[in-house]
Structure formats: C-alpha cells, structure tokens
Design a protein around this ligand. Sequence first.
Ligand code: PMP
Length: 285
Amino acid sequence: MTSPRTVYLNGAFLPFAEAHVSIMDRGFLFADGIYEVSAVLDGKLVDNAAHLARLDRSLGEIGIRNPHTLAEWEGLETELVARNALDEGLVYMQVTRGVYERDFGFPPADVPPTVVMFTQGKKVAGNPLAETGAKVVTVEDIRWKRRDIKSVALLAQVLAKQEAVKAGVAEAWMVEDGAVTEGSSSTAFIVTKERVLVTRPLSTALLPGITRAAVLRLAAEADLRVEERLFSVEEARGAAEAFYTSASAFVMPVVAIDDAVIGEGRPGPLARRLRELYIDMARAG
Ligand code: PMP
C-alpha cells in the first residue's frame, strides 16, 4: 500500500486533499509566479543547488521576495521527499505573489508569497523512451520576451506540448525566425556530422537549463567539441544526432524531427554517452 500523498503549503506539510489555495491567489489570476523542478534519483536531489539558485534569480527578476533561504528550501525538499518515500521522480516548488483582491499592481509588501511544493513519482533514469529515442515536432515559438524567467505562465508551452501529443510524439521544439529556441519543457541540442555538439547560447530567448549547463560541463570534461550558436530547423533535420535535456528527461535522444529521421532512427552514440555520464554524475551526488 502506498502512503497518502503529502504536499507542502505555506509552512505546513498536509495531505494532498487538504491543501487549498485561494481563488484570489495571483498565480491563479495572473500566472504571477515562478516555479522550479528538481529531479530525485535514489532518494537524493539532483543538481539541486543550481535549481535553487535559478529559483532565487527568477523570483528576483519579477520582484517576488524569496520566502526561504537556500538551506531552508533544501530542508523542505528533503522532508517532502522523505514523507512521500520518493525514490525516483521530481520535486516541484511554486511561489506566487500571494493572495490579494484582484488588481494588476503588486499587493502591499506585507502580503506573503504563496509557497506550494509537491512530488511526482517518475522514471527519470529508468525511462524506457531513452532506449528507443524520442520523436519531436516543431512548432512556432509564440512566447513572451523573458523566457529566461521560469514563470508559471506556461500556456504557450502547454499548446506546444499538445501539438506533440496530437502527433503522438514526446516533445515539441519551438522555432523563432527559423531557429530552434528550445523544447516546450527542455533544451534542444544537435550533433553535426563533424561530431560538434550545438545548442543555442543563453539569452532572454530561452530558459537557462540546469541540465544544459551540466551536460556542457560533462562534454568539456569528455573533450567533445561544443558550439553555442543558433541552429535552424533545416540544420537539425539533417543532423547526425539530436537530443534534449531537462531535469525530468535528463538527456533524451531524438530520433525524428517532424518527418525527418535523425541518424539511423536510433539513439546516437554521443547522446547515449552523455546520458550515461549525466546519470553517473546524478548518482554520485
Ligand atoms: N526549457 C524550458 C522551456 C523548460 O521548461 C525546461 C524544463 N524546466 C528546460 C528548458 C530545461 O531546464 P532544466 O534542465 O533546468 O530542467
């Protein structure tokens, strides 16, 4: 028997069914909030300090006071993982600008942010899709101009992912001015015929992926050639390999982009190697 799901809301660990947020919460009314996601493997948080640093940065960029120190966040996450006996999966942290009568301007400074945390069980390292590789579709990137902020305003990503669902594939890659920006919930990479890893450089046009940064470190350690530059859908369709990275997918090989088969339709050697290196790093803690 599994124990009932425990979540965290504003200072208390509660059974899921008892955790309620006001209809006047600004996260609900305006998508006025930030979130963050860390993976859990073997019951341990993966690359968590970097996720908490990005949470702090995102909150700062939209002027929400970070309600917790990094040590407090980590303590809450660890407690939530333990209470849910989570071995493999994800921890979500969501912070909104709090509850106040609906009005576009910020509420008074003494209105506390709303803090929600929950876990999801998921096979992140043991995901069978990594064996066969994922297919992706391309969609237009219709998002706002501050995609470096991990905002809870995810409507464009929801619509993009639904295009993938409709096509029966795992992910959608978003495209702006002919170049791939990123996946709906992942960072996009390709490998050229010359075995060069290519991913878009960081800017306000995409989220600074924590897994992206780790993979770039691992690639440098393995003496792989890396270019941070824009790449077009055309170049991606003709690439030797492709993959995407995220806290929830780690390194996911891509075997098709729209109707173009990538490589031989199987996960490529560099994608497979980087996935192994990443999982080793995650397990080493
Ligand atoms: N881009 C977007 C739009 C995302 O939602 C995600 C997932 N959080 C990523 C990239 C990958 O980021 P990370 O590796 O930090 O999970």
